[in-house]
Design a protein around this ligand. Structure first.
Ligand SMILES: Nc1ncnc2c1ncn2[C@@H]1O[C@H](COP(=O)(O)OP(=O)(O)OP(=O)(O)O)[C@@H](O)[C@H]1O
Ligand SMILES: [Mg+2]
Length: 144
């Protein structure tokens, strides 16, 4: 499975919610090499990031997904037009059980799982956020 295929699997899982007012913008570089890693784990990463993005946007917004290659790394950027994450909150989002969602709506484990999977693949994850524009950037090494 290629990296874009694993992203498409995750998007399919959210198909119904995406149809209702969320615009998905795909910017996939066609020349990205195949990434050797566990496809199920990778899908889990996209599911968690898309889930958070959709929650932040509510009924309407845009979700932009960029897949590109920089030197020996694949870069994936997932940007949503949602509420954003304050600087104070940004320092805590990768902590297990940290959530700002009401009881019963989030366990706070999503980004902890993402961080663990990314680390296992010797990757890196960064966040940049302001109201109306939040980007999670993933860097994954291409293994030969
Ligand atoms: N795209 C985003 N926009 C705004 N806030 C976000 C975004 N992604 C994450 N967050 C913030 O980070 C917190 C932690 O995210 P995380 O995915 O770990 O847990 P959760 O979404 O609250 O619960 P779970 O993923 O277990 O359902 C969220 O509660 C939210 O405050
Ligand atoms: Mg989450």
């Amino acid at each position: 499975m290629t990296i874009t295929e694993s992203i498409e699997v995750a998007l399919t899982l959210y198909q119904n919610r995406l149809k209702q007012g969320i615009q998905v913008i795909r910017r996939y570089d066609a020349h990205v090499l195949l990434l050797l890693c566990n496809p199920d784990e990778l899908t889990q990463v996209w599911v968690n990031l898309i889930d958070n993005a959709l929650y932040a946007m509510g009924q309407q917004g845009s979700l932009e997904i960029v897949v590109a290659q920089r030197h020996d790394r694949i870069v994936v950027e997932i940007t949503d037009s949602g509420c954003g994450i304050s600087l104070e909150t940004q320092t805590r989002i990768f902590e297990p059980f940290f959530t700002t969602k009401p009881r019963g709506e989030g366990s706070g484990l999503g980004l902890d799982i993402v961080r663990q999977i990314v680390q296992k693949h010797n990757g890196d994850i960064q966040v940049q956020s302001q109201p109306g524009r939040t980007t999670f950037t993933l860097l994954l090494p291409i293994m030969s």
